[in-house]
Ligand binder design. Structure first.
Ligand code: XBP
Ligand code: MG
Length: 263
């Protein structure tokens, strides 16, 4: 019975709760952004989100909320922009799902190796994302095999988007684990805040959109997952975890061990 795991056994790594956008996959600049722009074009709108503007818009999590916030900045009345955001986001979701199924969205380098290593060690894999279920399932399936993820929490199950902790809380609940047994991996400040508010330790693996963010409270910050001949740089290592140029099983084990309650 797994119920006992939630109360004790936090001394060892049992699962990892992974973010999708920007973490498992490089999906924002050349994925979601392109899909938003195609949806605008199809709707005969002149708006286009450039690379830099999109980086600022990423502060608002959730695609529909992001469109809504953008049109609010443009001065559009609320009822009009809510309807427009809903229809544009529905079309954007179809476009992005097609892009994912055509193989246009790539895993971040080193992710495949990390997942293989965790799986070989019996560490359970979970996903906590603010993205939409329609594309998350097909994308994970194509790139990694959906069956490898025991728990997948998307915005369908946790509608309050990050930095709200509900996606991580639900992932823990479904894993039936205490937070100390399941660190998170995130790429952004919103993701870090969500994970930490839910009580998870959190490794941040930055990308070009997030590297300048202030990751106060992160348990480890790397500039990539790292691979045998392409070491990741350690940007901050407040607990002295000493990763060997990549995010690996032993580093996550050391993190879980130090997160465990005393006694
Ligand atoms: C991801 C998001 C998502 C994606 C777009 O945040 O905020 O909105 O940008 O996906 P995180 P949808 O990585 O912190 O989970 O359009 O499906 O929302
Ligand atoms: Mg992310």
């Amino acid at each position: 019975m797994q119920g006992s795991q939630a109360s004790g056994a936090g001394h060892r790594l049992q699962a990892v709760v992974l973010d999708v956008d920007g973490t498992l996959v490089d999906s924002e600049r050349d994925g979601h952004r392109i899909a938003f722009n195609r949806a605008f074009e199809e709707a005969d709108l002149e708006d286009r989100w450039g690379v830099e503007l999109y980086g600022k818009l990423l502060d608002v999590t959730g695609g529909e909320r992001r469109i809504n916030a953008y049109f609010e900045q443009q001065g559009m009345p609320e009822d009009e922009r809510e309807e427009l955001a809903a229809s544009l986001h529905a079309r954007k979701t179809e476009i992005f799902t097609e892009m994912a199924s055509r193989g246009e969205i790539e895993p971040r380098p080193g992710v495949g190796e990390l997942l293989d290593e965790l799986e070989r060690a019996g560490v359970r894999l979970a996903v906590a994302t603010t993205g939409s279920r329609q594309w998350v399932g097909p994308l994970l399936d194509r790139l990694f095999g959906l069956e490898r993820f025991e728990v997948v929490v998307t915005s369908a199950e946790a509608p309050e988007r990050k930095p709200d902790p509900s996606a991580h809380q639900l992932a823990l609940k479904r894993l039936d684990l205490a937070a100390c047994a399941a660190p998170a991996v995130e790429d952004s400040l919103n993701g870090l805040r969500a994970a930490k508010s839910a009580g998870l330790a959190c490794v941040v693996v930055v990308n070009d959109y997030t590297r300048e963010q202030d990751f106060d409270g992160a348990d480890l910050i790397l500039d990539g997952f790292g691979r045998p001949h392409a070491a990741a740089a350690v940007l901050d290592d407040p607990h002295g975890l000493n990763p060997p140029g990549r995010l690996d099983l032993d580093t996550l084990r050391r993190l879980a061990a130090r997160s465990a309650p005393a006694g």
